[in-house]
Design a protein around this ligand. Structure first.
Ligand code: ATP
Length: 210
């Protein structure tokens, strides 16, 4: 599904990733661990082609196309779905409106599908995103990305700063997504999520450990 080879990433003169190589198999749920500043967000952004300059091969999909020179929107259209750490919701729009701005295909069917996965959002459809808890917003951000029907989901610290009961709920939703065959690469420190993963990859100071 995804194969990253010798990826180096830079913010100006500062190098944040050093020859990172990793892969995510089809249907696999991989958790990316590492201390603050280890480079987890940078790696996800480099895979999406956002906010950081990177060099290296990023091969994706059945055809193993090297997408490293593609614009971000082309990567998204090819099936990469990214939820950034700051969630990037439309705070003045309702839950339902946030979901419907991102839809690909049959809107009603797709919305019903994501609401089954994230049931706590169901009673909140008319609520503005700004009036939701952090955990609810995180669910909405993941649900909104799922509206685009991604093939590989990239999540940046979905459990950070969230109440334990909602972390459990998010973890269960991600496991359900894996059962449905979605491939996932999730940057996360929370042990609950790491325990549910098929495989862990640890970043230390911009390098894959081991
Ligand atoms: N916009 C930026 N400009 C310059 N340096 C940056 C920028 N974003 C991150 N860095 C640096 O790149 C390195 C990797 O940061 P990154 O955010 O990828 O780590 P992380 O593992 O995601 O950490 P966290 O858990 O704190 O988000 C750090 O040294 C950080 O200071």
């Amino acid at each position: 599904m995804l194969e990253v080879q010798n990826l180096n990433a830079f913010y100006g003169q500062a190098q944040a990733l050093f020859d990172v190589s990793l892969h995510v198999n089809e249907g696999e749920f991989v958790v990316l661990q590492g201390l603050n500043g280890a480079g987890k967000s940078t790696l996800l952004k480099a895979i999406m082609g956002m906010e950081v300059v990177s060099h290296g091969a990023i091969c994706y999909g059945n055809e193993k196309n090297d997408i490293s020179q593609w614009e971000t929107h082309r990567r998204a259209r090819a099936g990469l779905g990214f939820v950034a750490e700051d969630r990037r919701l439309f705070s003045e729009l309702t839950v339902s409106e946030n979901l419907l701005v991102a839809v690909s295909g049959n809107a009603a069917a797709r919305q019903a599908w994501v609401l089954d996965l994230f049931a706590p959002l169901k009673p909140l459809l008319k609520r503005r995103a700004a009036q939701m808890s952090g955990g609810e917003q995180q669910m909405l951000a993941i649900a909104r990305t799922l509206m685009t029907d991604p093939k590989l989901l990239l999540l940046d610290e979905p459990c950070e700063g969230i109440a334990p009961v909602l972390i459990e709920s998010i973890a269960l939703s991600l496991l359900e997504l894996r059962r449905k065959g979605l491939s996932m690469l999730v940057a996360e420190q929370n042990h609950l999520l790491a325990g549910a993963a098929d495989r862990l990859i640890v970043l230390v100071a911009g390098k894959v450990e081991g």
